[in-house]
Design a protein around this ligand. Structure first.
Ligand SMILES: Nc1ccn([C@@H]2O[C@H](COP(=O)(O)O)[C@@H](O)[C@H]2O)c(=O)n1
Ligand SMILES: C[C@@]1(CO)OP(=O)(O)OP(=O)(O)OC[C@H]1O
Length: 167
């Protein structure tokens, strides 16, 4: 067998995603599809759900698709304010079209505020609903940046995600 030729599938495939959104007054703070009570919201052309964006890119990466900007261009006025759960729904369709079954997702939010932990179960429910994934196959964790860097100065929120599929 030639180098890197795979035997017939299915195979486990992994992907990673990363995103950042800036805090802004007068905007909602939507994370994992859940509106979180917060004195500041997140800026974006979409609803700026940094967690869903990182998860979407991780999932797209598993099957070698381009990132969410390819499917939802920031220059498209028709998607202004789009719910990022809709973005995840589209990503799930793209995976299903390629016979890729999501095995699990893991993620970390990096934010000085708001406190995320009390809302994690609600986020898992929303994300699980659109992806058809039970809560125990979705990881959502949070950490502060110990007051260091742009996240530490509470200028915004970062999110990292990984995903694996069988397909
Ligand atoms: N935005 C955040 C940040 C952290 N948490 C929770 O607090 C724990 C301690 O965070 P450290 O950065 O001080 O280690 C962390 O493990 C999370 O459970 C949070 O809910 N929201
Ligand atoms: C989905 C999009 C659409 O503009 O959302 P944004 O709010 O611009 O967020 P970003 O993570 O900067 O880029 C992804 C975009 O494609």
């Amino acid at each position: 067998m030639a180098a890197n030729t795979l035997p017939p599938g299915p195979h486990y495939r992994t992907g990673i995603g990363y995103d950042v959104h800036q805090f802004a007054e007068g905007r909602k703070c939507i994370l994992g599809g859940v509106e979180i009570p917060s004195d500041v919201g997140l800026l974006g052309h979409s609803d700026a759900d940094v967690l869903c964006h990182a998860i979407a890119d991780a999932l797209l990466g598993t099957v070698g698709l381009p990132d969410i900007g390819h499917f939802f261009p920031p220059s498209d006025p028709t998607i202004e304010g789009i719910s990022s759960l809709e973005i995840l729904r589209k990503v799930a369709e793209e995976l299903a079209a390629r016979d890729a079954v999501i095995v699990n997702i893991d993620s970390t939010l990096i934010a000085e505020k708001p406190k995320v932990l009390p809302h994690v179960d609600a986020m898992k429910e929303k994300i699980g609903e659109v992806l058809g994934l039970p809560a125990e196959r979705i990881g959502i964790k949070a950490t502060t940046n110990e007051k260091m860097g742009f996240v530490g100065r509470s200028e915004g929120i970062a999110a990292m995600a990984s995903a694996s599929v069988l397909g």
